[in-house]
Every structure is written in C-alpha cells, then in structure tokens.
Design a protein around this ligand. Structure first.
Ligand code: NIG
Ligand code: FE
Length: 419
C-alpha cells in the first residue's frame, strides 16, 4: 500500500549525492544526481520517495492533509552541513579584523595575548544565558542560509568550568531550535594564562581532569586539538588524543593550518573522523590521508580571511581523497557563518567544481560527523532535511557570490524557513 505523505516538494531541480552510503572520493566527487522536475515526498521526519513524478506517484499517496510546495524553476538539495565551527564564544574581535586588514599577522596577535585569548577572556566572563543568546542568533543566520546541521567546538574557556559552560550552551540550544548540533571539546585550543610556562601542566590537567569530566557529563561527541607550531605539538596532541580514545571519544584535528607540522599524518595514524584546514599539508600528509578513512575538511573562508594560501584541493582530489567543506565560523580567523560563500571560495580559489562543492557540504560533511546513514542526501528513509534555492540550476548557487538564494528550509520534515 502507498504511504500517505505529509509534505510534497514538486517539480524542482532535485540535486543530491549520487552515492549516499559511502564518502564520495576523488573523481567521483564530480558526480551528482540531478533530476529535472523531480519530486521529493516526505512522511513525518523521513523522506518517503524521491524521483521523477511518475515514480514518486506510484509509491506514495497525496491526501488532503499533504502540504504541497511547488518548486518549479527552483533547486532542491539536502540541508547543508557545516562540520567545523567555533559557534559559541563571548565578545567579538572586530578591532583585530582592522589590525589584520592593515597587515598585522594572526599568530603574532595571538602571541601578544590577543587572538584566541581575547575570546577566552570574553567567554569566561559571559553568562551561560549570554552564550545561549548569541549562539541562538548565529544559528538563525546559518539556518536562513540553508544550514541544517552544525558542528560546534568549545575551546574559549581553557578551564573546566568555562569549557563545560560552552558545551552546556550547545546542549540548551539543541533543545530549543531546529538546527542539529554536534558538540566537540577543544580544550587544547591555546595555552591558558594560568599555565604560562607550564605546558606539561596544562596537558596533564586536560588528560587527568577535564577529559574525564567532559566524558562523564556526556556533553561532547568529539575531541579536537589545535596542533600547530607554538600551540600543541604533535607529541602533546597525541597524548591528549590517546586519552580521548581511551575515554570513548572520536577525534577531529586542526591540522597543518599555518605550518607543515604533521597533523594530517597524526590524523591517519589515529584513525580520526576528520583532519581540518590542511593549508600547509605536505605530500606525505596527503599520501597518509589517502591510505586512511579520515575525512579532510577544507576551510577556504579562513585562507580568504587571513590572506593565506589555500589548501591544495586539486592535489588531494587527484590522490583520490574525499573532501568536505566548512566555514570555521569563529571570532578571529574566519568570522563568516555563510557556508554557501565558502562553496564559492572553493570554486574560485581551490578550483573545485559546483558538483564537488555540493558533495562536500552534504554527504561528505555528514560522513565526517558520523551521520551519513541519516543525513547528507535525498534518499528514501533518510531524514527530510531539504533546502530550496530560488534559482533554476544548482550551478547558480556558488556562482551568485554571497547572495542568499535560500527560500525554504525543511528540517526533519518540518518547514523552518519560508512558507
Ligand atoms: O580554526 N585555528 C584555531 N582556531 C580557529 C581560530 C579561532 C580564533 O581565532 O578564535 C581556527 O582558525
Ligand atoms: Fe577552527
């Protein structure tokens, strides 16, 4: 018997990953399934059928209660997934933005006590309510731009209480708004002032006290480390990650962002879920990733904002790697929440194609977050996370740079943007 459906999106250009079950790698990233005048039928939270009209009509029953959205002349894609953000922070750093615009270096600002440490001061003094309120506003920006799932890192506390406060803000936001949030603990983001000159002391504190407490409270899925010259060395990072694995966390890493340090190789060695940034990844790092299941996540908004060289996306694709893209939304190195802008930057500055960037922010981003069996493509049985763009071809989405073309967003079968 045909399934009764609650929502029908009809006659749009339906665009989705061609392979919904495994990460899309290398040359396969050029492929997308495009159904002209396609139908997407949803029952409750799930997609019931996708395809040309005739095939969907055969499988489902439209009743008087079915909401019908006419998407003729529009593009219909899976909800976009942003797999690397620093969503929760107090204050903002527009003063540094102007300093950097006039030539100041990001790492020099950090070494002088600004940068991440300036956001740490503001986040420590912010109340939980303030962090929730600013996080809510930023998630609204993202949702309006078609983003339905967001990974959120802590890392502006660098003490137990503030790190937990950030993760608590994520937990509260998850309960009150529709964007799905994936919490990551990033206590190893910078050296806190309390441990000045005592790096081993801070690593010990993370390993012995903070990681077990975060585990105990069940407020993070992943552990991330800023593995970088002057921040956490590969050895210090390995120690933190090994403890995280013992405690049952999965891993992500800020790898080879400003310097070639071997973060990509460490990600491969430890079988991490993702290795992110990779602006300065070496040929060896690329080979190590190619032999692993790690998802490389590129953040071209950060290269753009810091005026640094972009990650070698084409080299990585030629080596057969899959790629995901993310904003890196944060108050310092990349204050943009616009994932579609990041898709445009990836096309323009990393020579990625529109097909590759759509795969990167849907199915591959879902894989990097361990959610690809439920999210990241328009397929029967998956969660009905859908975006409708007000243009008639998906290639126009990255092409109209910085324009928000999103008209409608559906999260788990529910209309959350548009009408
Ligand atoms: O991903 N690299 C480290 N962390 C962030 C920047 C955070 C900040 O500047 O506040 C990043 O670039
Ligand atoms: Fe980051």
């Amino acid at each position: 018997m045909a399934v009764e459906i609650d929502l029908l999106i009809r006659d749009g250009q339906v665009v989705t990953a061609a392979h919904g079950t495994c990460p899309v790698r290398g040359r396969d990233m050029q492929e997308l399934e495009v159904i002209e005048r396609g139908w997407v039928a949803c029952a409750g939270e799930r997609i019931a059928a996708v395809g040309p009209r005739a095939s969907v009509e055969n499988q489902v029953e439209v009743t008087s209660r079915t909401q019908v959205i006419d998407a003729q002349g529009k593009v219909v894609t899976p909800g976009l997934i942003d797999p690397h953000t620093h969503l929760i922070f107090g204050g903002s750093r527009e003063d540094e933005f102007y300093l950097r615009a006039r030539g100041a270096d990001y790492m020099e600002i950090m070494e002088a006590g600004g940068g991440i440490l300036s956001s740490v001061r503001a986040t420590r003094s912010a109340s939980l309510e303030e962090l929730v309120a600013s996080g809510r506003q930023r998630l609204q920006w993202m949702l309006q731009m078609g983003v339905t799932t967001v990974e959120c890192k802590s890392g502006y506390g660098l003490d137990l209480q503030t790190e937990l406060k950030q993760l608590e803000a994520v937990r509260i936001l998850q309960q009150e708004q529709p964007v799905e949030l994936v919490p990551t603990f990033l206590g190893a983001h910078a050296w806190p002032p309390e441990y000045e000159g005592n790096q081993e002391g801070y690593v010990g504190f993370l390993v012995d006290t903070v990681l077990p407490a975060v585990r105990e409270q069940g407020v993070a899925e992943y552990v991330d480390v800023f593995t970088e010259k002057g921040v956490f060395s590969v050895e210090q990072s390995r120690r933190i990650f090994q403890r995280a694995v013992e405690l049952g966390f999965s891993l992500r890493v800020h790898a080879d962002e400003m310097h070639t340090l071997g973060g990509a190789e460490l990600a491969a060695e430890l079988g991490m879920a993702s290795a992110d940034h990779l602006l300065m990844v070496s040929g060896q790092g690329i080979s190590a990733l190619a032999e692993s299941d790690v998802m490389p996540i590129l953040l071209p908004g950060t290269a753009f904002s810091l005026r640094k060289p972009y990650a070698p996306a084409r080299k990585m694709l030629e080596a057969g790697l899959p790629l995901a893209l993310a904003t890196d939304f944060n108050p310092g190195s990349c204050p943009t929440a616009n994932l579609v802008l990041v898709m445009s930057l990836a096309c323009l500055y990393m020579a990625m194609t529109p097909e590759e960037v759509f795969n990167a922010v849907t199915i591959n981003a879902a894989h990097s977050l361990g959610r690809a069996s439920r999210l990241g493509s328009l397929e029967p049985g998956k969660q009905a996370d859908v975006v409708i763009f007000g243009v008639d071809d998906y290639k126009k989405v990255p092409y109209f740079i910085g324009v928000n073309l999103v008209e409608t967003v559906i999260k788990a079968g529910r209309l959350v943007v548009g009408s």
